[in-house]
Design a protein around this ligand. Sequence first.
Ligand code: UD1
Length: 417
Amino acid sequence: MDKIVIEGGVPLKGKVFITGAKNAVLPILAATLLTSGRNEITNVPQMRDVSTMIHLLVELGGRIDSIQGDRLAFDTSDINNPEAPYDLVRTMRASCLVLGPLIARLGQAKVSLPGGCAIGARPIDLHIRGLEALGANIELQGGYIVGSAKKLKGARYYFDTISVTGTANVMMAAVFAEGETVLENPAKEPEVVFLADMLNLAGAKIEGAGGDEIIIQGVSSLKPIHCKIFPDRIEAATYMIAGAITAGEVEVTDCIPQHVEPLIMKLKQAGVNVETSKDSVKISTGNGFQGVDIQTHPYPGFATDIQAQFMALMTLARGQSLITETVFENRFMHVAELKRMGADIEIRGNTAIVKGVGHLSGAPVMATDLRASASLVLAALAARGESVINRVYHIDRGYPVMEQKLSGLGAKIKRVN
Ligand code: UD1
């Protein structure tokens, strides 16, 4: 199993570009199931979750026409297999995104219950109830969700809890439902808006994505999808924090600053210098930074996917910071590992009380989920001495060429087997 070894304490300097968004490309790939023909997607990030999803689509009858760098041409003319097997779905929760499109396209689906990061119970009841509202018959059999519908019918569905992939799944299914579907309390994440926009370009009739209600008029077919994936806001946020935590000067390029607005606000409040342009953010810290409080919320709130990385930063702040996680119930697994590096953190319920310390010390640590791993890398970059981060396969799920990008900024980082 690979490990990442970091000799910390080097202020990072330079520019780092941001790749296409993982959480945008996964639903787009699932949406190609609604099309029949050659889909062309560019700025596809090269990471394990994306190859898992492509692998899954091939299993369902899709065909890779070509992959050249970040350009993927994918043919969906012969989608014929409704079964998403356990071996593929268990490693990535987002595989459940094929459920809605498969029922809409083939009238049936058999999708293993998902795995992915162990950051909470993460049921998929909202996806299932949404699809049932559209008339699908859904049963759980032997660890699989088995769904069928002769013809989906438009309906009104209210999400009790805001769910990003839940919204995407039901919205995709509703594209082929007869009549009008109204999704209330949907997720407003940029990835959901992008999915709706790209489906519309392919012939769907979706209005209101990004707002409080999404209205979908069913259509009978879609053209293939042609799109360029927008930059990953979580990757951008992680490199912004890398600049701040190492007291460096980092320019994060090819990103959408508006997508990381809550982080920008909090960094400024902490005393970090942040300069934004249309598609880049420059970070520098003159005289350290102070503790500030955050609470995670669905978009446009402070993203839960940046909570762990922000906590790493706060371990070195002046004073105290309260970090409250409201989206997932078990997303503090990085805390024990950060403490091994000398952080002072106490957990009370869903709040972590972080008291800034003078320095962190390098240590062997274990990555537990994707974003927790990123927070350990950040802490290691700032710590005195050497850290060894084990189980880096989590990082490979969502951060393309992370070692190269950090080395390019001057970090002393290497991967060892
Ligand atoms: C997506 C993101 C993930 C991010 C999360 C929250 C993708 C591929 N992944 O995950 O990176 O951390 O949004 O921003 O886009 N819930 C239920 N029932 C359901 C579905 C969700 O109770 O059927 C709960 C979850 O347990 C959680 C909350 O709703 O507490 C939000 O989860 P959700 O938005 O669905 O997360 P994902 O879509 O899985």
